[in-house]
Ligand binder design. Structure first.
Ligand code: SF4
Length: 504
């Protein structure tokens, strides 16, 4: 038996060394330089777009080349006095023999792009109640009835969650209260804010609070507390009443009237910049882009985030998610952006937030901090969720998935598990490892990689796989379509380019 094992091992050794012979030594790859050429290539990806080639590198610089230029470039025969050569050199696609600084500069930019991970988890979401007074058909969290108080967070769970929050090495800590409708458990929000501030007297972190609320229960006492503790407010506004009240039904059918009235109430007590709003695109929204944007202007906002539906919770149960595909959303996005350009051309500054994020990814060296477009994914690394019952999830979407009985992304329970167990033994490392676009099939060679990220929860929800097949991924199509659309404007439309530049 021992002899047989030894023979098998010898055979395996031979096979492995046979395989290894197929690769050249590292020196071979680091010193490739065509004889007579004065430059070497740096890493890049490319994609054919409308007859030309889009080249991008690790830090998100990009260049467009004609096919013959690309061929000459990779064979190191490109005319060194050409414009394309100058662009490729200045954007770190090549370096000249004897130069070391381009590689150092590229490394520095790469470190800066990924610097968000130095901070580790900074966003801590507390789901203080799953109860809600609304019954939105697209709700992603499977809310519970208003009277069901067993879905509220209690003090013991809140205190243990705060222990976890302050274990993060991050200098910045943002605690966001979500639901259901978090104001239905207002006493718990107050408790958590006061306790967090007590701990922070010793910790001295940069601590911020946000309440994500439909604003129905906002009153003077709540606003006074928010004012005293510098708490920001985030609400939902889907458009004019015809859209908002149908998307977000509540008893009395007066959600729109309440939210508009209370947006003003919040502004007048907390200040004009202390409230923001999010919209969700339902099937009804698709034909009303201008009216939705007008509503945001009328409500005093200077921007909008055009958000498609997410494939979780009631959006699945009520089949809302099937009512339009990405192509239809993209039409809506382009129509909306066209109208937003007109508003800006008339002298009023109004932005589309997702567009701003993508532009910052393309044109700025610093990370955007947008959790949904990170590699490795922001789940657990940048954000973490403490559910009302003590369960801990890697992201808001993971929690939404769990409410659909799929607890694949549950990291543990703070009442029974340690910080180390939750971060190191829960399967989170597996998710993170599977969310690196640099090694992900379909992504590692993609020219859009620097402007994209990975979303293992989305791909698991839609394809039952962390990585997902990118040919069937709306997440992937969305990045490519929007980046192409924006680059086209930046390169060919000087008026709109100026507007987009002003947003970043
Ligand atoms: S998801 Fe698509 S666009 Fe994004 S990096 Fe992967 S292949 Fe490219």
């Amino acid at each position: 038996m021992l002899l047989q094992t030894q023979i098998w091992l010898n055979e395996m050794d031979k096979k492995i060394s046979g395989l290894a012979k197929k690769f050249q030594s590292p020196d071979f790859y680091s010193n490739i330089q065509t004889e007579g050429s004065s430059y070497k290539l740096l890493p890049f990806n490319f994609e054919r777009v409308k007859g030309d080639y889009l080249l991008t590198n690790e830090v998100g610089e990009y260049v467009r080349l004609k096919e013959e230029e690309l061929t000459a470039f990779v064979h190191q025969r490109l005319d060194t006095s050409s414009k394309s050569y100058a662009a490729l050199k200045s954007r770190h696609f090549l370096y000249e023999a004897g130069e070391e600084s381009p590689i150092d500069l590229l490394s520095l930019k790469l470190r800066t792009k990924h610097s968000v991970y130095r901070q580790f988890t900074s966003l801590h979401i507390f789901v203080v109640s799953l109860r809600c007074d609304y019954s939105c058909p697209y709700c992603q969290v499977s809310r519970k009835k208003e009277a069901a108080s067993e879905y509220d967070m209690d003090e013991a769970t809140a205190l243990r969650s705060l222990d976890f929050v302050f274990r993060t090495p991050s200098e910045y800590i943002k605690i966001e209260f979500q639901g259901g409708e978090p104001l239905l458990n207002w006493e718990m929000i107050k408790f958590i804010v006061i306790e967090a501030e007590k701990i922070n007297k010793i910790e001295g972190r940069n601590l911020a609070f946000v309440i994500a609320t439909n604003l129905t229960l906002v009153n003077d006492e709540i606003l006074e507390f928010c004012y005293q503790h510098n708490i920001l407010v985030s609400t939902s506004l889907d458009g004019p009443s015809e859209i908002h009240d149908r998307n977000r039904p509540r008893p009395g059918k007066d959600g729109h009237e309440i939210v508009r009235r209370n947006i003003e109430k919040v502004r007048s007590r907390l200040g004009p910049d202390k409230i923001s709003a999010l919209m969700t695109t339902s099937e009804l929204s698709l034909s009303s882009s201008n009216e939705i944007i007008d509503e945001y202007l009328d409500a005093g906002f200077n921007g909008i985030f055009l958000r498609p539906l997410s494939p979780y919770g009631f959006a699945i149960k009520t089949h809302q998610i099937e009512k339009y595909d990405f192509e239809r959303f993209f039409e809506f996005y382009k129509e909306s952006l066209g109208y937003i350009f007109k508003i800006n051309e008339s002298g009023v500054t109004f932005t589309e937030e997702y567009t701003s994020l993508i532009l910052r990814k393309i044109f700025q060296s610093y990370p955007t901090g947008y959790v949904d477009l990170q590699s490795p994914a922001g789940a657990g690394l940048s954000a973490i969720v403490f559910n009302y019952d003590g369960d801990v999830y890697a992201s808001d979407e993971s929690r939404m998935l769990a409410e659909m009985e799929d607890k694949r992304f549950k990291l543990g329970n703070i009442l029974t598990d340690s910080y180390e167990t939750i971060f190191l033994e829960s399967g989170l490392l597996d998710v993170i490892e599977n969310s690196l676009t640099d090694s992900m099939p379909g992504c590692y060679q993609c020219a859009y990689k620097p402007f994209c990220g990975s979303d293992p929860v989305y791909h698991y929800a839609t394809q039952k796989d962390f990585v997902g097949h990118k040919a069937f991924s709306s997440f992937c199509v969305k990045t490519k379509s929007i980046v192409n659309y924006l680059l086209d404007i930046m390169e060919n439309d000087p008026v709109r380019r100026n507007i987009l530049q002003s947003w970043i």
